[in-house]
Ligand binder design. Structure first.
Ligand code: PLP
Length: 445
């Protein structure tokens, strides 16, 4: 009989022979085998237990194998695995009701997609048809998804190889005080100048040509730059002045990650369209969607919406969403996330910054934190270049793994984004691992 070791070896061998991975030079990959996962922990192919400070791609918001979500999927599978999107299904109806009960006021109609990229594609299509305009504005430091339009709207380097056709997308600078595009020195200054900048971009692009401004309410993979108070409100005002739709991409920031149900709540802003995915059902079954305002809904009340998906509102995915949201409500997961940010991650990461001069800045909220690693605190030279890596960053990641911590890295940044259900004690354990890993990587460098 094959041993567990044989299973691991066979899975790895078949992966390398047949599985084509995302965003990678295939022949250079050495992917980790995962044999088991539970809560905030997972086990690699060598039997090592790792604390998951990534929530994978920031989606297992309730951790791995949550019994309520697993049971909901099992029960739905036993009842009705799947059904066409044109039918009524109780899991889908209930998921839409629960999602709409937490989205900002007036965003009560839910279009379901398979993930975040197609949610943004559909939001943009709705904005274009609603306004009769084509152009879409978004920030350089953003990620909106891997499909053609979503990757063109994206600002980060994953866009570069995909910028092959004119798609009517225009990029601008969002607020980012640590590396201010506006030479600002305070949050208030950064906010004011970033708003003046976008105001000017809108004027020069032609307000009457712009369908939408697409913004991550808190940019995620691009660096968790929590916008200064008033920024999102300012963008909302610019949109209102010109009849531009505000699309809030809450694929990563939504469903509690920022310590609120949705990150737009920090600035009391109601977008015209809000996109979600990931945390909506902890990623147990692929699901995304668009929450739609009443005026945009009315555009498609009498005239058909020209878009759809075979699996829109898939019952297994929706049953997982219902269980996820019920657990979040009953176990006060969003409040827990906010408290972890204030009591554990905020002070804990600042303490690390006091001990490690590679940490140039700590920023974040809830369970959504970034450490900006720099070679020199004065010049703020990043520890790896924009769009690239470095031996120092590789050493930090290797040291984290050696300490039993799975870290999320992007260029010169480490993101601390574990499940929202991580306990304060586990979170402190992880910060201790990170502390030792930084010490070890520094002494090896
Ligand atoms: N928008 C944001 C903010 C994201 O972080 C992501 C994924 O990381 C996406 C969109 C794309 O989502 P998906 O990979 O489900 O298509």
């Amino acid at each position: 009989t094959p041993t567990a070791h044989d299973d691991v070896a066979r899975a790895y061998e078949l992966d390398r022979r047949h599985v084509f991975h995302s965003w990678s030079a295939q022949a250079k990959l050495d992917p980790m085998v995962v044999t088991k996962a539970e809560g905030s922990w997972l086990w690699d192919g060598d039997g090592n237990r790792l604390l998951d400070f990534t929530s994978q791609l920031v989606f297992t918001n309730l951790g791995h194998q949550h019994p309520r979500i697993v049971r909901a999927i099992q029960e739905q599978a036993a009842t009705l695995c799947t059904i066409a999107p044109s039918t009524v299904n109780s899991a889908r109806s209930e998921a839409a009701r629960l999602i709409a009960s937490h989205t900002p006021d007036g965003l009560d109609r839910i279009f379901f997609t398979n993930g975040g990229a197609d949610a943004n594609e559909h939001a943009i299509r709705m904005a274009r048809l609603h306004t009769g305009r084509q152009k879409v504005l978004s920030t350089y430091r953003s990620y909106h998804g891997g499909t053609q339009l979503a990757i063109n709207v994206t600002g980060d380097p994953r866009r570069w190889a995909n910028d092959t056709a004119s798609t009517g997308t225009v990029h601008f600078f969002g607020p980012y005080l640590y590396r201010s595009a506006f030479s600002a020195t305070t949050e208030a200054e950064e906010c004011e100048r970033a708003l003046a900048h976008i105001d000017q971009v809108v004027a020069l692009e032609g307000p009457s040509t712009i369908a939408a401004i697409v913004l991550e309410s808190i940019p995620g993979t691009a660096g968790i730059m929590v916008p200064p108070p008033g920024y999102l409100r300012g963008v909302r005002e610019i949109c209102d002045r010109h009849g531009i739709m505000l699309v809030a991409d809450e694929v990563m920031s939504g469903f509690g990650r920022s310590g609120r149900w949705f990150a737009v709540e920090h600035d009391e802003v109601v977008p015209d369209l809000l996109t979600f995915a990931k945390g909506v059902n902890s990623g147990y079954v692929p699901l995304g969607g668009v929450a739609i305002s009443e005026p945009i809904y009315r555009t498609f009340a009498e005239r058909p919406y020209p878009g759809g998906l075979t699996y829109s509102g898939h019952p297994l995915a929706c049953a997982a969403a219902v269980a996820t949201i019920e657990v979040m409500e009953e176990e006060r997961v969003v409040e827990h996330a906010a408290a972890l940010g204030e009591e554990v991650f905020g002070p804990g990461l600042e303490e690390l910054a006091g001990r490690h001069d590679w940490i140039g800045e700590v920023r974040g909220t809830g369970v959504f934190w970034a450490l900006e690693l720099v070679a020199d605190r004065k010049t703020r030279e990043p520890l790896a270049p924009y769009g690239g890596s470095s031996p120092e960053m590789a050493a930090v990641l290797a040291a984290c793994r050696a300490e039993g911590l799975l870290p999320f890295a992007n260029f010169n940044r480490l993101h601390v984004v574990p499940p929202l259900t991580i306990s304060a004690e586990e979170a402190r354990t992880g910060l201790g691992m990170l502390d030792r890993a930084l010490t070890r990587a520094r002494s090896d460098a």
